[in-house]
Design a binder for this molecule. Structure first.
Ligand code: C2E
Ligand code: MG
Ligand code: MG
Length: 759
């Protein structure tokens, strides 16, 4: 079909036309075409031919320039020019070509399409210019019939629009990438939300006026909001004061409705005055971004926003992750209580506020790990929760309850509200955990914050010092921190430090105290006793060393070292001809309980080559009474190796005599407490008025069980004769010799043997 103008040269319109000036930016409603020609008639003719054209749904809008200089001005002043119809020959033969260079290079306008027109068909443009400066078309004016002009224009406009979209997208994507990095740095929901609004507004060239709503169950400030209610989690511009408010409470119902609609439909809404974006993160949480916009967004803008929404969703997750992390940093999720870090913060706060009458009470569940091991971690967890619940209910809301470690809780409040005796009494009733009725006790250490120098962490430390003291003394009791306690603890730590150094420097020693057969006076062995000569020249009691070593875990190395030293010494004496010599070695609680203990005894025997029967291990009554079955198993394993076993300090550990016969042991050592008071007055004979002595009863018991009996702390001639008369087998004590180092022991022994009447 041909149009009326088809193939006719364009007629020139009569009226003069001004140059394009001052019009508003309408570039998104029309296609802006700049006509550059020094011939007025060309302007008029073009206008006449094209003024009613509509391309891709938009009319054309013409801007006019009559020289290169004017064209430059228009290009600088006007936005969004799509096509330039440019005359090549104006004030100079190549004025148009020069202008092309200015447009592309100087003004950096890459999107605008250029159609060169020349009135002189013979004048060929430089090919290089056409190639290098991205010129769409080059036509002589005579060639440009109406049809050709329109088709050239349509092609140019399409090409312009595609380039523009690509460039916007490129810029937008760049912005998304940059803004995503920026958004991910925000860790608080409010900051993040504001960041989102600012970035979207910048991307669309709008003012940042908007808000973000989300379903947040537990808002950061701890305000609990029902799951199904949307809350404003961030806002910018005039919506700022809506932050943290429920959406429903907003006065502007239009906003409430559009946001609710967006969330209900789970779709973005692009209205003439607002844009509402729907965001959902991987955990299913929904949010909506509302932004004031004065126009319906173009499809390019929408596409960009949709890409951006994915980033927002990821960012939301990030924020939530941080929220969770910071929750876990300050709370114990199991018992839903503040944790140690949070408690320290609270104490610091109270110290700052000048509270002096506050007390911190640390309560440790006794033997919790055994309950955990016996009943499993699930029941252990349930017990902890039940303990937390009982404490919470009884302490009331004015006391801060925290869980500061696996099995320890702390209570902080006014002294009148926290009474350790009543807290301990709360544990009189057992806890019902599934089918188990569990009786547990707590041990408590408390510190008045006024007694402590320093901050929250120091207050907690002091309560723990008191707690440790209570544990060492008696479980189920409580201690209150005093400054003296702190210095004792420091001394203990110094001693521990020195003990470590002493072990390393091999300055510890083993002394030997002889054991004598009462009937014959024969030396049957010796007990190995640990000695540590401190740098001030005094000896530190082995009781102190052992308790320090037990407390710090050094006991395993220390015990092994004593055992090996003693066995090596015994091996030497056996080699020297002192046959029938048995070395007694003390074993501590933790050493005995260590799963490696039995193996270490065997290894010692193998390495040193000592007959196992030449070793007697002394365990205290307290160890023997621990967990009967476990102890029996361990003792049986030791008996299998061939070593002998003695119960040390017998009579002090409140042993249950009823199962003594079940223990595979060889010897009872009567504690020296029962020997020291024996005198001709107190002991007399068994048929004296005073009745049998404890020593005598133990001797009878041991005899009945077929055990060898050793009396410790034998100091006098009377002890010897009395014990011998009662049938006690062996004696050990100062009467014969104090514990001596190996050399002194050998000297003593040779002297003793020389004096011993031959049998
Ligand atoms: P124990 O095993 O009952 O050792 C006997 C303690 O009684 C020794 O004290 C010894 O010096 C002391 N003693 C011996 N005869 C007499 C006497 O006639 N009168 C008086 N008053 N005391 C006497 P020591 O050496 O101070 O050891 C104390 C405790 O330390 C030991 O009691 C033992 O339980 C522990 N111990 C010592 N060495 C070791 C060791 O190497 N490992 C372990 N686990 N514990 C050790
Ligand atoms: Mg002993
Ligand atoms: Mg003893």
């Amino acid at each position: 079909m041909t149009l009326p103008h088809d193939d006719e040269l364009m007629a020139f319109a009569p009226e003069p036309i001004g140059k394009g000036d001052g019009a508003d930016d309408t570039s998104d409603k029309t296609w802006r075409i700049l006509l550059v020609d020094d011939d007025c008639e060309v302007h008029q003719a073009t206008l006449l031919a094209l003024k009613n054209e509509v391309i891709e749904g938009r009319p054309l809008e013409f801007l006019h320039a009559y020289s290169s200089a004017e064209a430059r001005e228009v290009l600088v002043a006007k936005q969004g020019i799509a096509v330039i119809l440019l005359d090549v020959v104006m004030d100079s033969p190549d004025a148009g070509l020069r202008l092309v260079r200015v447009i592309r290079e100087e003004l950096g306008m890459a999107e605008v399409r250029i159609i060169l027109r020349t009135g002189q068909p013979g004048y060929a443009p430089e090919m290089r210019v056409i190639r290098d400066y991205d010129i769409n078309d080059y036509k002589s004016k005579a060639e440009l019939t109406y049809t050709r002009l329109v088709t050239t224009l349509i092609t140019a406009i399409r090409s312009f629009e595609q380039l523009r979209v690509i460039n916007i997208s490129r810029l937008g994507l760049g912005m998304i990438v940059r803004s995503a990095a920026e958004l991910f740095a925000h860790r608080a929901l409010g900051d993040f939300a504001e960041g989102v609004l600012t970035q979207i507004a910048a991307m669309l060239g709008l003012a940042p006026e908007g808000l973000i709503c989300a379903h947040i169950a537990n808002h950061a400030d701890g305000v609990v909001i029902p799951e199904n209610k949307l809350v404003v989690v961030g806002a910018a511009g005039r919506y700022r004061d809506q932050i943290s408010q429920p959406l429903d409470g907003m006065v502007d119902k239009r906003i409430v409705e559009t946001i609710n609609l967006c969330v209900a439909q789970q779709k973005n809404i692009y209205g003439p005055n607002e844009t509402v974006l729907f965001v959902r993160n991987a955990s299913g949480q929904a949010a909506a971004v509302f932004l004031d916009s004065n126009r319906v967004l173009s499809s390019t803008d929408r596409q960009l926003l949709e890409v951006f929404c994915v980033n927002i969703a990821v960012g939301f997750e990030n924020v939530e992750l941080f929220r969770d992390l910071s929750f876990f940093a300050y709370n114990d999720p199991l018992c839903r209580l503040p944790n140690r870090t949070r408690l320290v913060e609270i104490i610091d706060q109270q110290l700052q506020e000048g509270c002096r009458d506050t007390v911190l009470c640390a309560a440790d569940i006794d033997h919790f790990s055994s309950i955990n091991d016996a009943l499993g971690h699930r029941n252990g967890d349930l017990l902890l929760r039940a303990v937390a619940e009982r404490l919470r209910q009884n302490l009331g809301s004015d006391v801060v309850l925290a869980r500061v470690a696996g099995d320890s809780f702390a209570m902080l409040g006014e002294a009148r509200l926290i009474d350790p005796v009543s807290i301990i009494a709360l544990f009189d009733q057992p806890f019902q955990i599934e089918e188990h009725s569990l009786s547990v006790r707590v041990t408590i250490g408390q510190a008045m914050i006024s007694e402590v120098d320093g901050g929250g962490i120091d207050v907690l430390k002091c309560a723990n010092i008191a707690l440790n003291r209570a544990k060492l003394d008696q479980r189920g009791s409580y201690y209150t921190y005093t400054r003296a306690m702190a210095s004792e603890t420091r001394e203990r730590l110094t001693l521990l430090h020195d003990l470590r150094a002493a072990m390393k420097a091999e300055v510890l020693q083993v002394f030997y105290q002889p054991k004598v057969e009462l009937a014959s006076g024969r030396i049957v062995g010796a007990e190995a006793l640990l000695r540590w000569k401190y740098h001030n020249g005094t000896f530190i009691s082995p009781d102190v060393i052992v308790s320090l070593a037990e407390y710090s875990g050094l006991i395993f190395d220390l015990g092994e070292w004593v055992m090996r030293s003693a066995c090596r010494q015994a091996r030497t004496w056996l080699n020297e001809g002192h046959t029938d010599f048995c070395i007694a070695i003390n074993v501590s609680m933790n050493q005995f309980r260590s799963p490696d203990f039995i193996g270490s005894v065997q290894a010692c025997i193998d390495d040193i080559g000592i007959p196992p029967s030449a070793i007697e291990l002394e365990i205290t009554e307290t160890i023997a009474m621990l967990e009967v079955d476990v102890v029996i198993d361990a003792l049986q394993a030791l008996k299998k190796i061939g070593v002998k076993i003695a119960i040390d300090d017998f009579g002090t550990g409140f042993s249950s005599l009823s199962y003594l016969h079940r223990l595979p042991i060889d010897t009872l050592k009567i504690d020296r407490a029962f020997i020291k008071d024996l005198s001709p007055e107190t002991a007399g004979t068994s048929d004296s008025q005073s009745g049998p002595t404890i020593a005598e009863m133990i001797l009878n018991l041991g005899e009945g069980l077929g055990l060898a009996l050793v009396a410790e702390g034998v100091e006098t001639e009377f002890h010897v004769s009395y014990l011998r008369a009662l049938g006690c087998d062996y004696a050990q004590g100062y009467y014969y010799a104090k514990p001596l180092d190996a050399h002194a022991f050998a000297v003593w022994r040779d002297d003793y043997l020389a004096r011993l009447p031959r049998a």
